[in-house]
Design a protein around this ligand. Structure first.
Ligand code: NDP
Ligand SMILES: O=C(O)C1=N[C@H](C(=O)O)C[C@H](O)C1
Length: 233
């Protein structure tokens, strides 16, 4: 499969390694300085760029009939627009805030726990995410997906960074050097607490998930999620 990498930073380089090990070819490495792209060579685009760049990259690929796997976070105000453009072009698109198998299992666990907690008003939920100091967005895309999972199953109506009202989920974002990504969901009552934690030890899981998603989407049309790729319930 011929892959174009939109963004050749920490994730782009890790994806390149994994893709080459799985016998794929990297036919383009696109960054801020790229002036021309030869779309005729590309089977699938994988975007791990920047919040300000992702939507334009996705749009450009869709208009050239290239399936897109997008892992960039912090651009979701334009998500519905991206879905619309995908449909208009009969394209193929996956956005995931986190491509690792472990986090996608953690999303399922989070939903299950939230479902149990829905009627137990003595517990208050809160969340913490920790990432490296170069991260541009806060809270992380993964934390937002976790919060959305809780909102779906409980009376919480929104999330907020730091201070939140009673019906909002407070999220704390910490930035610590060399931390690939740690997410904790906590439920606390007067008498006890329950925590679930996912810790990424490195970026390999994210990169492998993105390449597996690219392999999966080839030949398909539509807007999908990692749940579809991993065949999770
Ligand atoms: N969904 C997931 O599983 C994961 C998502 N991420 C997300 O992926 C994104 C990238 O992360 P990471 O690799 O760590 O970040 P980096 O900062 O290491 O890399 C981003 C790269 O994007 C390049 N870039 C800037 N503008 C454009 C553009 N217009 N088109 C294409 N590329 C561009 C930058 O180039 P330059 O240096 O020249 O500015 C840089 O090389 C972030 O949003 C992050 O949150 C990260 C890990 C996992
Ligand atoms: O910027 C990162 O590094 C990461 N970003 C994603 C997010 O915002 O959730 C996924 C992962 O946690 C690493």
């Amino acid at each position: 499969m011929n892959i174009a990498l939109f963004g050749y930073g920490k994730m782009g380089k890790m994806i390149e390694q994994i893709a080459l090990n799985r016998n794929h070819k990297i036919v383009a490495k696109i960054d801020l300085d790229t002036t021309e792209i030869n779309f005729s060579d590309i089977d699938v685009a994988i975007d791990f760029s920047m919040p300000s760049a992702a939507f334009d990259n996705i749009k450009q690929c869709m208009e050239n009939n290239i399936p897109v796997i997008c892992g960039t976070t912090g651009w979701l105000k334009d998500y519905d627009n991206a879905v619309q453009i995908c449909k208009e072009n009969n394209g193929a698109f996956i956005y995931a805030s986190n491509f690792s198998l472990g986090v996608n299992l953690f999303f399922e666990l989070n939903s299950y726990l939230a479902k149990m907690m829905g009627n137990l008003k003595q517990y208050q939920v809160s969340m913490e995410e920790i990432h490296h100091t170069q991260k541009l967005d806060a809270p992380s895309g993964t934390a937002i997906t976790l919060a959305e999972g809780i909102i779906k199953e409980t009376d919480y109506s929104d999330w907020k960074l730091d201070t939140a009202k009673a019906n909002e989920i407070p999220i704390t974002a910490k930035r610590i050097a060399d931390t690939p990504g740690t997410h904790t969901v906590s439920y606390n009552s007067e008498v006890d607490g329950i925590e679930i934690i996912h810790t990424a030890h490195n970026r390999e899981g994210f990169a492998l998930g993105a390449v597996v998603a690219a392999e999966w989407i080839l030949g398909k049309n539509g807007v999908f999620s990692m749940k579809d790729v991993l065949n999770l319930s």
